[in-house]
Design a protein around this ligand. Structure first.
Ligand code: C5P
Length: 246
């Protein structure tokens, strides 16, 4: 089924990988009026803080706070509680923290939103294996045997059992995750590169149209937009590609 322009824009999460709020605001100004999702990662959040996220929310954006929490369950529960109170639409934790840690994150969210009408429940997703992790690193450094794909699928199933809503994964892993965890299980995929764009340090890349065909729910796109000579035109081209894909 074809996406409307609004639906297509809502599938794109623009990675605001900037050193401070001022630099990010310049890009936001250029993209003004396009109803995309905004992703705030650790570089920007550690510099600009919760007030930057609140400003994005005030301007009507949906926000994915990509802080990849990984700590003891009690600490993650507290962190998740604070993040949920900030009003973000999505945040993440590392599946490598284990089931108890992921369940604690959900408890922290529940405590923040239960009985608070103004507080909507954020989507909570797990990082499976970072897209920068090669099989050699997985086997020899992290100490997990087998393929990256098998490790990703095992973590995705663990995240689902722990009550999370979905995972971050490479676009090449989406169909296996949907088969193993169900269509409703949300997939968020970095490593998206429009045809002809710079690959940078990503591996296992896919074009926006192909990622959509794989069943990706949201695609995180940074440098193909942020480093483009005309970021607005680049985002519009991506949205057109998504609308044109079946
Ligand atoms: O510039 P680019 O499109 O490569 O940006 C990808 C974004 O997705 C970055 O913000 C990066 O931190 C994030 N990300 C990733 N791989 C993961 C998880 C997040 O590239 N596994």
């Amino acid at each position: 089924m074809r996406l409307t322009r609004e639906q297509a824009a809502g599938r794109v999460m623009v990675a605001l990988d900037y050193p401070n709020g001022k630099a990010a605001e310049q890009l936001i100004e250029e993209l003004k009026g396009i109803p995309c999702y905004m992703k705030v990662g650790m570089q920007l959040f550690y510099a600009a803080g919760p007030s930057f996220v609140e400003k994005l929310k005030k301007n009507g954006y949906r926000v994915f706070l990509d802080l990849k929490m990984h700590d003891i369950p009690n600490t993650v529960k507290g962190g998740a509680n604070s993040i949920a109170k900030l009003g973000v639409d999505m945040f993440n934790v590392h599946a490598a923290g284990g089931a108890a840690m992921m369940e604690a994150a959900m408890e922290g969210v529940d405590q923040a939103v239960t009985g608070v009408a103004s507080q909507s429940r954020p989507t909570v997703i797990a990082v499976t294996q970072l897209t920068s992790t090669s099989r050699t690193v997985l086997n020899e450094q992290i100490g997990i045997d087998g393929t990256v794909e098998a490790a990703v699928l095992r973590y995705a199933k663990l995240a689902k059992q722990a009550g999370l809503d979905g995972v971050v994964a490479a676009p090449t892993e989406v169909s296996a995750i949907k088969n193993g965890c169900g269509d409703e299980f949300v997939t968020v995929t970095p490593g998206i590169r429009p045809a002809g764009a710079e690959i940078n340090d990503q591996s296992r890349i896919m074009t926006p149209g192909d990622a959509l065909k794989q069943g990706t729910d949201f695609m995180v796109i940074g440098r193909p937009i942020t480093a483009a000579a005309d970021p607005r035109a680049s985002l519009e081209t991506i949205i057109e590609e998504l609308i044109a894909s079946e």
